[in-house]
Design a protein around this ligand. Structure first.
Ligand SMILES: Nc1ncnc2c1ncn2[C@@H]1O[C@H](COP(=O)(O)OP(=O)(O)O)[C@@H](O)[C@H]1O
Ligand SMILES: O=C(O)C1=C[C@@H](OP(=O)(O)O)[C@@H](O)[C@H](O)C1
Length: 387
């Protein structure tokens, strides 16, 4: 068993900031929008440290109405609509930079809503926004800003389409989430951090990468170094402490380390929120990892050999050892299934946005069913009791 370390001052600060973050959530744009669109006729107060803009869009109906079909005062529309449209375009273009698929096909897949909607998009005030509070070393989500697209108008429309689909779906999901955290699980390289950041952004949640929090707690710059200087067991003990601490928070998207699923105690903590398994074929994982190198992933790091072959072989062994541990997740997002739905012959054609959107759909189905059936099935509840 490895020695547990006392969390560093940085980690303590992060936790303190999380405390602040929880109170800030009261002013989170989505909350404001919901309140506003349901109950109020006066503009919601913007918190001074939140750079939020309100997106008032009239899709097809010719005038702007809120969800109770009341007309939104025109003045607001002018005050807030235009910059917010730009924010929408910014989000879309940022996503396209991450590699968008075709918006039309996705609109057909998930259905377009034509009624008027009021939503909000946060602009990239990284310091002020709750989503910006993230562990040291975690790459921040790039600020949302419009960029010129080589693809011209059609691309722009597709991008806005996709950004709106994501945003709308996230509002539907939020409605049923009650602030529950989302834990992304899956093999190394399955896209937990990449997709997690998108989900956090659209849900107005904060993103945390558990590997980064362990690095902070231990006071070492990389997981690879923790494995080398201490041991895997030491890393796992700290990973469990981090997950335990995070499980008492709300409104977080957590990208867990690929091996977090092997410890039952981690499941006990992750089951306080909602877990999502990104199920990616091993070939695709090996391709991604070979592309970026294995230095940051000590379990895959090999001194010699073809990077793809070595990664594939080690990932296969790990997948076998981990057996069905990933299948304990509440929701499974299979890249093969998404590719089949979108008519792609290869999962490598899927973008992080495709995967984030499918994750939201799956999460929505789960939370809606959950609210109807009361919560876990009896066998699930019994299983959690045994952990
Ligand atoms: N849908 C995707 N298509 C192609 N590459 C991706 C996709 N999602 C993630 N990646 C890339 O794969 C690598 C691993 O992704 P990451 O999000 O760090 O995975 P994890 O957090 O699960 O280890 C990164 O280089 C990332 O850019
Ligand atoms: O699968 C694993 O056992 C591991 C996955 C890594 O995280 P990512 O899944 O983020 O690469 C990291 O926690 C560590 O290298 C061990």
């Amino acid at each position: 068993m490895g020695r547990r370390v006392t969390p560093s001052a940085d980690y303590a600060t992060t936790r303190q900031r999380l405390g602040i973050l929880r109170s800030r959530q009261v002013h989170a744009p989505l909350f404001q929008v919901r309140t506003f669109s349901r109950f109020h006729h006066s503009p919601p107060q913007q918190s001074p440290d939140t750079c939020s803009l309100f997106l008032c869009l009239s899709l097809g109906a010719g005038e702007t109405r809120d969800r109770s079909s009341r007309r939104v005062p025109e003045q607001w529309w002018w005050q807030s609509g235009r910059p917010a449209m730009e924010a929408g375009v910014g989000l879309a273009l940022q996503s396209r930079a991450a590699g968008f698929g075709t918006g039309r096909r996705r609109t057909a897949m998930y259905g377009a809503e034509s009624r008027c909607q009021i939503g909000s998009l946060r602009l990239g005030d990284q310091l002020a926004s709750p989503a910006a509070v993230r562990a040291r070393g975690t790459k921040p989500v790039a600020p949302l800003r419009a960029k010129k697209s080589a693809g011209g108008h059609e691309n722009l429309h597709n991008s806005v389409d996709e950004a709106l689909l994501l945003k709308r779906k996230s509002e539907d999901v939020l409605f049923h989430m009650n602030g529950r955290c989302i834990y992304l699980v899956g093999m190394m390289g399955s896209g937990k951090s990449t997709v997690g950041k998108i989900l956090a952004e659209v849900l107005g949640y904060s993103f945390f990468d558990s590997d980064k929090l362990v690095e902070q707690a231990v006071g070492m710059p990389s997981v690879a170094q923790i494995f080398k200087v201490h041991s895997e067991a030491f890393f796992r003990d700290n990973e469990s402490s981090v997950l335990r601490d995070l499980s008492s928070m709300r409104r977080l998207v957590v990208a867990t380390g690929g091996g977090a699923v092997i410890r039952p105690v981690n499941w006990k903590n992750m089951k306080k929120g909602l877990s999502v398994w990104l199920d990616v074929p091993l070939e695709a994982l090996a391709r991604r990892i070979a592309k970026v190198g294995t230095a940051s992933r000590p379990l895959l790091d090999q001194p010699s050999g073809d990077p793809y072959t070595m990664a594939f072989s080690k990932l296969s062994t790990l997948a076998e050892q981990r057996g069905d541990a990933y299948a304990n997740a509440d929701v499974r997002v299979s890249l093969e299934e998404i590719a089949a739905k979108l008519g792609h012959d290869d999962v490598s054609k899927l973008t992080p946005i495709d995967i984030a959107l499918e994750s939201l759909h799956k999460i929505e189905s789960f939370v809606m069913e959950d609210s109807v059936t009361g919560s876990q099935t009896e066998s699930q509840a019994q299983w959690i009791q045994t952990l």
